[in-house]
Design a protein around this ligand. Structure first.
Ligand code: UDP
Length: 239
């Protein structure tokens, strides 16, 4: 049998913190993380160079949890620390599955991860490590979605896989509007003009300016990651 080849050489997967929290969206659902990491292991075995950007919303979001109580920038730094906690958990579960994984942080945090640099990231990819990018862009007033696009641009990823709690991009919130329709394909301009809930506008603009396609799909079925890596269109593709 011919060896199966991935459709992309280098892929950046974004997993929101909420997704790691399982049905409650809070804390860490290790059973679910094992399922996700099992699929990541199969992607890595195909030879795809895989980076994972993880959010922090299962523990803390700067605006949502801190607004009215504390300084925005400080609250955002707490959010970045939440992404670091998730990254360490993900690294551990990946290693339990036999995957070589390393954490790179946007802000220097000695002993916990290596500070991000393009050269080191390229070296780790060449060594076959899955890289977990923690801390978003490393600055308050940004999100891990923007961090994902920034890392994708910096390491030259072919595609961003946006694993969410919905199975694609809809014309309206499908939980509130039963007439909402799911799009198969959208342009960045359409996403921006229609204010569609894909990523925040900063992240969408950056993906558009750097011509990085974004595939949006549900993480609920982790096999979707493998399908996407094999080149199948799952959910909605924005390009
Ligand atoms: N955050 C930040 N700068 C970044 C990335 C994240 O300030 O570059 C903070 C921000 O407070 C955000 C929190 O970290 O609310 C968690 O990130 P995000 O909301 O993107 O996580 P997700 O919703 O994907 O779980």
């Amino acid at each position: 049998m011919a060896e199966e080849k991935p459709a992309y050489k280098r892929v950046l997967l974004k997993i929101s913190g909420e997704a790691l929290g399982g049905p409650s969206g809070q804390g860490l659902d290790f059973r679910f993380m094992e399922q996700v990491c099992g699929v990541v292991a199969r992607c890595a075995a195909l030879g795809v160079e895989l980076g994972i950007v993880v959010g922090g919303g299962n523990f803390w979001r700067g605006v949502k949890n801190g607004e009215g109580h504390m300084d925005r920038a400080r609250a955002d730094y707490m959010g970045m620390l939440a992404t670091v906690m998730n990254s360490l958990a993900l690294q551990d579960v990946l290693e339990q599955q036999g995957v070589r994984a390393g954490v790179m942080t946007a802000i220097e945090i000695q002993h916990i991860g290596e500070t991000f640099s393009v050269d080191r990231a390229n070296a780790w990819f060449r060594e076959g490590r899955v890289i977990i990018f923690a801390g978003g862009v490393g600055s308050p007033f940004f999100t891990t979605d923007t961090g994902t696009v920034l890392r994708a641009a910096l390491v030259g990823a072919d595609i961003i896989l946006l694993a969410k709690n919905v199975d694609g991009v809809y014309s309206a919130d499908p939980r509130q509007d039963p007439s909402a329709v799911r799009y198969d394909c959208l342009t960045y301009e359409e996403v921006l003009a229609r204010h569609l809930a894909v990523m925040d506008s900063t992240a969408t603009c950056m993906a558009m300016d750097n011509h990085i396609p974004v595939m949006v799909f549900a993480l609920k079925d982790p096999e979707n990651i493998l399908r996407a890596v094999r080149g199948e269109t799952v959910g909605t593709i924005v390009r």
